[in-house]
Design a protein around this ligand. Structure first.
Ligand code: NAD
Ligand code: PRE
Length: 373
């Protein structure tokens, strides 16, 4: 639960039916199976469904099969989510039905306008959105641990029953997520800024590379990789997300355009009086914005110290390094590895709390690791 909330979460007892067994659906199914819950799977694509079954995410449940879920998780693309939720509310009269699409207000509007649904059915619907994903699609990319420690936003509507909200929260808690709650409008405004706008910015940035000479791209380091990872996301899904949430995204893009115009003006005359100050302001505003992003488990942002270690690109090296750090009793907060094209070594960057950096450097140097200052 969001920090500070005294609410005690209940847990699911199952069975759970997952409709849409792509990246998100198969990940949820795998996570719930790992807890021993009975999970049914259904997908419009027979292949996606078969792969999810083969992965051990659950058993196929075709329409009309005898299956009485406690919870139905709709993990289809946003365009069809409302229709699939509507069908599930009618097919499973005892179940809570949640959808985990990345937009919430448009789906809720479609359900409220659905003449096939009465108040009783709608009381069993609750929106949800796990803030966890990948730039890949399909069940092959699924991971049962995907939701661990990520926000799981529960989005009830005015008519959602307390029991359905409890089940929607329990699903997040069971998957190891950090459960929080907001209404659909606030949800859509929030994710426009922290998820949808970053996707657009990353795609726009990467699209500048289309005509880049191969020799320039060969020089790419982590700056470019970090800022373009999500540009590899599935266009078919993101067309839907961006169109559904356009009203919340457009004002942010207007703000970006103002900043870009100001930056272009400044860089067109970089020696002009005030230009350096203007750049300093822009970059320091970026520093301040970045520093506001919370750290692990929603904790306040924390700066870790980085220790770089050069390792030979041979089997067992990383395992030996991690075991040496473990034996020194030092907790690794984060870790990343960089390979240099053409070299048989890699650089492992280990993040630790700043107070332990000197100790870690000393320990690793004494054990003959090549520590980079
Ligand atoms: N990818 C992410 O990072 C991410 C993160 C959080 C939430 N989401 C949301 O989760 C949902 C699924 O995204 P994904 O990345 O898993 O996509 P995906 O393409 O990997 O999976 C979607 C699955 O839904 C199936 N499907 C489509 N129409 C269907 C229908 N009418 N009935 C049954 N199955 C149907 C597809 O065949 C596919 O297997 C989307 O609504 C997305 O907005 C995605
Ligand atoms: O990490 C990623 O690859 C994601 O794009 C995940 C991400 C995000 O954090 O913006 C993307 C869309 C979803 O609705 C939720 C999560």
């Amino acid at each position: 639960m969001t920090s500070g909330s005294p609410e005690q979460l209940t847990y699911l007892s199952g069975p759970v039916l997952v409709i849409g067994t792509g990246l998100l659906g198969a990940s949820a199914a795998l996570g719930l199976r790992a807890l021993g819950l009975s999970v049914g799977l259904r997908d419009a694509s027979p292949t996606a469904q078969r792969v999810a079954v083969d992965l051990g995410a659950g058993v196929a449940v075709p329409p009309g099969a005898a299956f009485a879920p406690e919870l139905v998780i709709v993990a289809t693309p946003p365009d069809v989510a409302a229709a699939v939720v509507s069908g599930a509310l009618r097919e499973f009269p005892q179940a809570t039905v949640i959808d985990i699409a990345s937009v919430k207000a448009s789906i809720l509007r479609a359900l409220l306008a659905d003449e096939a649904l009465g108040e009783t059915e709608l009381s069993r619907y609750v929106g949800a959105h796990p803030m966890a994903g990948r730039e890949r699609s399909g069940p092959v990319a699924a991971r049962g641990e995907l939701f661990y420690s990520a926000p799981w936003i529960v989005v009830p509507h005015a008519g959602s029953s307390a029991a359905a909200v409890r089940v929607a929260k329990a699903a997040g808690a069971d998957l190891g997520a950090s459960v929080t709650q907001m209404d659909a409008e606030e949800h859509d405004r929030s994710v426009a800024l922290i998820s949808h706008f970053p996707q657009v910015a990353s795609s726009l940035l990467a699209s500048r590379l289309l005509d880049a000479p191969g020799a320039a791209l060969a020089l790419a380091g982590n700056g470019l990789r970090d800022t373009t990872r999500i540009a590899a996301s599935d266009p078919a899904l993101w067309i839907q997300i961006l169109s559904h949430n356009a009203p919340a995204i457009v004002p942010i893009l207007h703000g970006l355009r103002e900043d870009l115009d100001r930056l272009i003006g400044t860089l067109e005359a970089p020696e002009a009086a005030g230009a350096a100050l203007d750049l300093a302001q822009l970059l320091s505003e970026g520093n301040q914005g970045q520093a506001r992003i919370p750290g692990k488990h929603g904790a306040p942002p924390q700066s870790f110290a980085t220790v770089g270690v050069i390792v030979d690109d041979k089997p067992g090296q990383i395992a030996r390094l991690l075991s040496d750090i473990g034996e020194a009793g030092i907790n690794i907060e984060d870790l990343r590895m960089e390979h240099s094209a053409g070299y048989q070594v890699g650089l492992v960057e280990i993040q630790v709390i700043p107070g332990r950096r000197d100790e870690l450097e000393g320990t690793l140097s004494a054990l003959n690791w090549k520590v980079v200052q």
